[in-house]
Ligand binder design. Structure first.
Ligand SMILES: [Zn+2]
Length: 446
């Protein structure tokens, strides 16, 4: 019988099934005991086979009978040497298999053993551990994981959204209504939120159904920006967060608008709307100050549609329209087609309009400073940038707030604003500029 055959092979199975086997082993043990020549004879060829038998556990006690035979054989030094060899071989083989299994299990954990048998962890494990402490982007407020661990699970933002008048100066008996959103910027997985609501253990301030029109979203964002520039509370009437948490929300509102603009392929249409708005003659500007989609709306739309270069090219026109709207709304809150008072007013009258413009400037230059991709449209690259840079956006949003609060808000005159905003190249004499602007917008009777 071949020694290398597995015990499961048919020859071995047949052999082990023989009823005579236990008797043969007993007999051989008796014969070998104290008889060197028999020991020699059996030891010459049968050691590997007997060794196999001694590893068998069976009802007939084959294993221990074979072991007894080995003991009888071992008193012969030559045979004893063979027995030790074959047993050592088996031991080594078992150890090898055990080590292989250990390596396999350690490997699954990203670890291995060195020559000394010490367990070492591979680089990737440390990498993962670093990632573990480095989930520094957006994380779910329930499970504490973010896109690094659960890249497929969608994160959402809890917001407070209420119905609001979109443009208080709109000249309609029933002013257009939309939404106004504020947030503590608490992030949650959509799944975790649903699970928590189902189990009723965590019932946060759920946001209601939102109409996915980007027009509504842009007005919503406009109202949010106005809270900054008019230094209104974020929580007094809506109960939602502060200056920082709401600043963190801004990129996601931009993304929400852009998602719809891009997927419905509305960029060309909105580019056209924006261009026609910019082409209105100054004589129409006073009237436009009372439109729902006036200079505030279009300045914000520009952020979503115009590349920074294009914004730079057209921004002064929007700035002028914002200034005219501030004047018109102050001197004629109930609406007018021409300015009844063209005298330059105190800076405080223009401040909110200028701050609004300044905030959009900072959103371009700080929040979205790395968003531009030459191979994509601005709308597409901003959407992609926001989608993939949660960590950078948090930092940038903080910087937007500090730049806005430290540079723009403390301005005390239009001239100072132009200086801070880098506008002196385009507006070298701010005081003259404002007076000339207000005189240029006379309504011409056709
Ligand atoms: Zn979660």
């Amino acid at each position: 019988m071949s020694e290398s055959c597995s015990l499961d092979s048919q020859p071995w199975k047949d052999f082990l099934a023989k009823p005579s086997l236990p008797f043969v082993l007993r007999l051989l043990s008796g014969l070998c005991k104290g008889h060197a020549k028999t020991q020699q004879l059996v030891g010459d060829k049968c050691i590997p086979a007997i060794h196999r038998l001694e590893q068998i556990s069976s009802e007939e006690g084959i294993g221990s009978l074979a072991e007894n035979l080995m003991e009888a054989l071992k008193t012969n030094p030559e045979v004893a040497k063979k027995i030790d060899e074959v047993r050592a071989q088996t031991k080594a083989e078992k150890k090898r298999r055990a080590m292989a299994m250990r390596q396999k299990q350690l490997g699954a954990l990203g670890m291995s053993t060195n020559e000394k048998g010490q367990v070492t962890a591979s680089r990737t494990v440390f990498q993962q551990m670093e990632d573990l402490v480095e989930e520094s982007g957006l994380t779910c407020c329930i499970c504490r994981e973010g896109y690094k661990y659960q890249s497929q699970k969608v994160l959402g933002i809890y917001t407070y959204t209420k119905v609001a008048v979109l443009e208080p100066f709109e000249l309609k008996s029933k002013k257009t209504q939309g939404y106004s959103t504020v947030s503590h910027f608490n992030i949650v997985h959509y799944d975790c939120h649903l699970a928590a609501v189902r189990h009723n253990v965590y019932l946060p301030e759920c946001s209601g159904y939102r109409e996915p029109t980007y027009h509504a979203t842009l007005h919503d964002l406009k109202l949010l920006l106005l809270r900054y520039v008019q230094e209104q509370s974020f929580s007094s009437d809506s109960g939602g967060g502060g200056r920082q948490s709401n600043m963190h929300l801004i990129p996601y509102m931009i993304h929400m608008a852009l998602y719809v603009i891009n997927t419905t392929r509305c960029v060309p249409r909105e580019e056209k709307n924006l261009t026609s708005f910019l082409k209105h003659p100054p004589s129409k500007w006073v009237e436009l100050s009372y439109e729902l989609d006036g200079p505030h709306y279009y300045s914000l739309l520009a952020l979503h549609i115009f590349s920074p270069e294009k914004w730079d090219e057209h921004k002064v026109t929007l700035l002028k329209q914002l200034l005219v709207s501030a004047q018109a709304r102050t001197v004629s809150p109930g609406g007018t087609k021409s300015l009844s008072d063209k005298a330059v007013k105190d800076y405080s009258i223009y401040k909110a309009a200028l701050m609004y413009f300044g905030l959009i400037e900072v959103l371009y230059s700080v929040l979205l400073k790395d968003a531009s991709k030459p191979e994509e449209s601005w709308s597409q690259s901003v959407a992609n940038y926001i989608r993939h840079n949660d960590e950078a956006l948090i930092k940038n949003a903080d910087k937007v707030l500090s730049t806005y609060e430290k540079d723009f808000q403390p301005c005390e005159s239009f001239a100072e604003f132009c200086d801070v905003g880098g506008l002196l190249v385009k507006i070298p004499d701010p005081d003259m500029y404002l007076a000339e602007l207000l005189n240029s917008v006379s309504y011409v009777l056709a």
